[in-house]
Design a protein around this ligand. Structure first.
Ligand SMILES: NC(=O)C1=CN([C@@H]2O[C@H](COP(=O)(O)OP(=O)(O)OC[C@H]3O[C@@H](n4cnc5c(N)ncnc54)[C@H](O)[C@@H]3O)[C@@H](O)[C@H]2O)C=CC1
Ligand SMILES: CC(=O)C(=O)O
Length: 313
């Protein structure tokens, strides 16, 4: 599959690198308004191909996205220290208004995978713009909480002393401050993580749960304070989503998509467990939530809906 990446900064270039290291895609084209940057990133990543997979990678223009089955959108501004994702909205919405028609002119059949923040609202904006070009909703995907879910699994695995790959736990709702860690259904080895914690002698006390919640929800602010931006986690997550699509895996992932109704909130893009394959999102699962989780998810949906409703399109 040919993959395009628009935005060759930290996120776009790391996604390309992670795809090459995983052998995802036969050809990758990097597009950026800073052509020199895109070219430099492509050349640097090309030099890693002998250690990974023989992916063809180069910089190009929008026209070079012709035939791409997937285009990752990672262009736009990122957060400065202390800034929330939602504060990026006006600037990035304007940028997407210019980018998406160009992408779809070259690759009308492509799946769009949005990474730019605030990713859920940007996914909803992309869905509206893409629909004007005949693209169905299921082909506009936001990376959503793929990253937060990875953070959650990594921290749970670290606490329990088990591989994060054996931990099945999800973050739902916004990729951002109002996100919801789904504790009541988090499991490892077929058991609830609370039971696993007791059995391995590493109980998930309220204090431990609060620490994990805070780290998942707030770690991006800490990383941005320390190194200016985040890129490895999301780069890995975007490569994984691209792999699922390229291989038609029908994997269940938490990612964002415009959703008809979430707990009574209509027409909102947010993350839920979604079945993903070559045609995009095939279906959505309704999670079993306790009362507090359901209330938190509804609040998260309301935050996103009200942010989207404030956008002029
Ligand atoms: N969804 C997620 O989990 C995550 C999302 N992000 C978001 O990803 C986005 C990109 O972040 P970084 O890569 O760190 O930023 P960056 O500044 O390193 O890269 C952004 C790139 O977009 C390019 N660009 C800007 N306007 C453009 C246009 N009109 N056409 C083509 N290219 C354009 C810039 O030249 C720049 O190279 C931000 O919105 C950031 O908040 C970052 C981390 C995680
Ligand atoms: C920046 C961002 O969205 C993250 O690392 O979660």
């Amino acid at each position: 599959m040919k993959i395009g990446i628009v935005g060759a900064g930290f996120v776009g270039s790391t996604a390309a690198y992670a795809m090459v290291m995983r052998g995802v895609g036969s050809e990758i084209v990097l597009v950026d308004r800073n052509g020199e940057l895109a070219d430099a990133q492509a050349r640097d990543i090309l030099h890693a191909t002998p250690f990974a997979y023989p992916t063809k990678i180069r910089a190009g223009s929008y026209a070079d996205l012709d035939g791409a089955g997937l285009v990752v959108l990672a262009a736009g501004v990122n957060q400065k220290p202390g800034e929330t994702r939602l504060e990026l909205l006006t600037r990035n919405a304007e940028i997407f208004g210019g980018i998406i028609p160009e992408v779809l002119k070259a690759a009308p059949q492509t799946i769009l995978l949005v990474a730019t923040n605030p990713v859920d609202v940007m996914t909803q904006i992309s869905t509206v713009i893409a629909a004007r070009h005949g693209v169905p909703t299921c082909r506009v995907i936001g990376s959503g909480t793929i990253l937060d879910t990875a953070r959650y699994r990594a921290l749970l695995g670290q606490h329990l002393g088990v591989s994060p790959k054996s931990v099945h736990a999800h973050v739902l709702g916004e990729h951002g401050d109002s996100e919801v860690l789904h504790w009541s259904n988090a499991e490892a080895g077929g058991l609830n993580v609370a039971v696993v914690g007791e059995q391995v002698g590493r109980p998930l006390t309220e204090a431990v749960k609060a620490r994990i919640d805070d780290e998942v929800r707030c770690v991006a602010y800490r990383i941005i304070k320390g190194k200016g931006a985040t890129w490895y986690g999301i780069g890995g997550g975007l490569a994984r989503l691209a792999q699922v699509i390229a291989n038609d895996e029908r994997a269940l992932v938490t990612c964002s998509m415009l959703t008809d109704s979430c707990l009574g909130v209509p027409q909102v893009a947010l993350s839920l467990p979604r079945l993903l394959g070559a045609a995009g999102i095939i279906s959505t699962l309704t999670p079993e939530l306790d009362e507090a989780e359901a209330a938190a998810l509804r609040r998260s949906a309301e935050v996103l809906k009200s942010a989207f409703d404030g956008v002029k399109l």
